[in-house]
Design a protein around this ligand. Structure first.
Ligand SMILES: C[S@@+](CC[C@H](N)C(=O)[O-])C[C@H]1O[C@@H](n2cnc3c(N)ncnc32)[C@H](O)[C@@H]1O
Length: 304
């Protein structure tokens, strides 16, 4: 039994100030991932995504992505993504729902017993750790694994049996995951991606800068530029750079205004890294007037 997991990837680069290493584990996304991915054509695409709960990856494969590489500063996201990958491919839909979404069968070992031989050593260690902790195991998870208040988010791959089964046939045998801080991505991934998905990592970067526009500039200079140059397909590659929670609920005040200011400035001049900015509006969440947004940048060949 392990109380702490070893660091599985000695190459880990953790330079981020905003996010610590021993982090709570996301079992499912708290973003409206399906809501914003519906705005993009992911069929046949090569994608780099933050790992998190794996939901970004699963939604990409559900939309026909050809390959998805993932990275995350939190090494415990790897076993979760692997577990879900094995389950979707091998465990009936009803059991998947029971395992994650019911009190009675939450993480019931009987449900995953038949697929345990498929588990990697890191996944086995993670499960050992969880079961050794008894009720306290839930504290490892964001929201203590209580997922009922996520029901209003409409991530789609597990919303019905047919979708779940269709996804099973599209998933790879093994997931691709690297334990990395975002600033280590360029040095550790060599592909050119059609899409790079960064969730809301930006919220935790440059937390010392309260002004949204300045923080975006810093993120652009320090992180996005390098990603775009080294890892993004030159003709039309897209970085989904920030999932922004409801307009007024963003970490930084007036974030939407800051984005507009920033995007206007970047679009109106020839920029060394050549990006065109745009924004997209996703559907309302929580039944109120709040809207979430995903900010994205497109490679702009014209100004190269
Ligand atoms: C930004 S968090 C927020 C959760 C997210 N909204 C979701 O639905 O999964 C998403 C993931 O980003 C990872 N993360 C945060 N900062 C990071 C960084 N600097 N580099 C790499 N991954 C990071 C976290 O460990 C987490 O798994």
């Amino acid at each position: 039994m392990f109380q702490r997991m070893p660091d599985f990837n000695q190459d880990t680069i953790c330079s981020s100030q905003g996010y610590q290493k021993d982090l709570e584990v996301f079992l499912f996304s708290n973003e409206n991932v399906a809501g914003y991915l519906d705005n993009f054509d992911l069929g046949g695409k090569i994608i780099l995504s933050v790992g998190a709960s794996g939901d970004h990856m699963f939604e990409c494969y559900a939309r026909g992505a050809k390959h998805v590489d993932t990275f995350d500063i939190n090494y415990r996201q790897k076993p979760i993504i692997e577990l879900k990958n094995h389950m979707i491919k091998n465990v009936p839909y009803e059991d998947f729902l029971k395992f994650f979404f019911t009190k009675e069968y939450f993480f019931d070992p009987q449900i995953i017993k038949p697929i345990m031989p498929l588990f990697s050593s890191s996944l086995r260690m993670f499960m050992d750790l969880y079961y050794s902790m008894g009720n306290a195991g839930r504290k490892m998870f964001a929201y203590h694994g209580r997922l009922d208040h996520m029901a209003h988010y409409d991530n789609k791959y597990y919303s019905d049996a047919a979708r779940y089964d269709r996804l099973a046939s599209k998933l790879p045998q093994n997931i691709s995951f690297k334990h990395l801080d975002i600033t280590g991505v360029s040095a550790n991934f060599t592909r050119k991606y059609d899409f790079i998905m960064l969730s809301n990592i930006f919220d935790f970067q440059h937390s010392e800068i309260s002004d949204g526009c300045r923080a975006l500039n810093q993120f652009y200079k320090g992180t996005l530029g390098e990603l775009a140059r080294n890892n993004l397909r030159a003709d039309g590659g897209i970085i989904l750079l920030e999932y922004m929670w409801g307009n007024n609920a963003s970490t930084r005040d007036q974030m939407w205004d800051a984005w507009q200011k920033f995007a206007t400035k970047q679009n109106s001049k020839t920029h060394a890294t050549g990006h065109k900015m745009d924004n997209c509006f996703v559907k309302p969440m929580m039944g109120s007037k709040r809207y979430d947004n995903v900010l994205y940048m497109t490679q702009n060949q014209k100004i190269k």
